[in-house]
Design a protein around this ligand. Sequence first.
Ligand SMILES: C[S@@+](CC[C@H](N)C(=O)[O-])C[C@H]1O[C@@H](n2cnc3c(N)ncnc32)[C@H](O)[C@@H]1O
Ligand SMILES: [Zn+2]
Length: 302
Amino acid sequence: MKACDTKSGDSRATPVSETIQTVLSLFPGVGLLDRAFEEREEFSVVRGPDLIHGGDIRNFRVAAGVYGGIIAGPPCQGFSQANAHRFNPQHPSVRNSVEMLELTVRLIEAARPTWFLIENVPNVPDVRVGPYIVQRIAINDWECGGLQLRWRAIQFGHIEGWHLRPSRVNDRSFSRKKGRRPEAITTKPTSRHMTFAEQCRRQGLSEPVSLPGWTREAKFRAVGNGVPLSVGRVLAAAVAECVSPANENDCLCGCGRSVSGPRQRSATAACRKRLQMRREAAAKFGSPNHDFAEMADQRSSI
Ligand SMILES: C[S@@+](CC[C@H](N)C(=O)[O-])C[C@H]1O[C@@H](n2cnc3c(N)ncnc32)[C@H](O)[C@@H]1O
Ligand SMILES: [Zn+2]
C-alpha cells in the first residue's frame, strides 16, 4: 500500500506507515465521501464548514501547506441535468454552483495540497487549478459495486501529475439486462413508503446516518446529495494507491482504465467517444495544452 505524497520531491511512493495525510473536506455535507477516506489508515480527514452545520465556506480561510489532499463536493444543483435553468447563467442555482466551484478552486490554490479531488455531476465545467494537472473521470456507483447508475464527474489534480486509476469492479460487463437491477436514489422522499433507512442502504450505508432532530426532507436531501460509499471507497483506494503519472498503458481519455495493447489509446467505446468529442471541441475552440483538463470540450472551464 502506498501513499500519494510527493511533497519531498521524491517521485517514489512513500510507505503509508510513515505518512498519514491530513485531508481537508470542503462541503462535507453529512460526510459520506469523508467516510470512505476515514476508513483508510492513510488519511486523517478534517472538515471545513457546511451550511447544514451552520457554517459558510465564504467565511473560511485555509492554511497553506498543511493538507496532503483536499476532497470537495461543491453544490451541483446549478449544473444538474435535472435543472431546467442550467443554461441560464443568471439563475440563482447556476450562479451559486459556479461561485462555489470557483471558491473551491481558489481554496485549493491557496492551500497547495499535493492532490485534490472534486466530485460533482457530469455537466460540471472543467476546473483549471494553478499548476495541477487535472484528470477528469466519469464513474458511477454500479461500476464500483454499488446499486445506482447515477454518473459522477471526478476531477482529480496532482501537483506532479500523478494519475488516478480507480478499480471498477463491474467494469465493461455493465448491462441493464444482466444481474441486479440498479436502484434509483433521489434527494427527496418521493414515495411515502421509502424509508430513510432504505435511502441510506441505497447509498451503501449499513446503518442509517444518525441525524437527530432533522426533518425527513432534510435527512433525505443530505444523504441523497452524498457520494455513494462504494464510489467513495474506490476513489479513496485509488488516491491511496496512486504512485505515478499517466503512461502509455493508461487510457488517453483520463478515465483511469488501462488499455489492452501497445497501439491502443482508449479503453472502451465510451472513451473513444469522449476523445472524439474533445477533438471536435478543441478544433472549434482552440487547441489543448495537454491531454486532460485543458483539452477543451463542450463544457466551459472554470
Ligand atoms: C453535494 S453536497 C456534499 C456531499 C458530501 N460530499 C457527501 O458525500 O456527503 C454539497 C454541500 O455543500 C453545502 N454548501 C452549499 N453552499 C455552501 C456554502 N456556502 N458554505 C458551506 N457549505 C455549503 C451544502 O449544504 C451541501 O451539504
Ligand atoms: Zn478512458
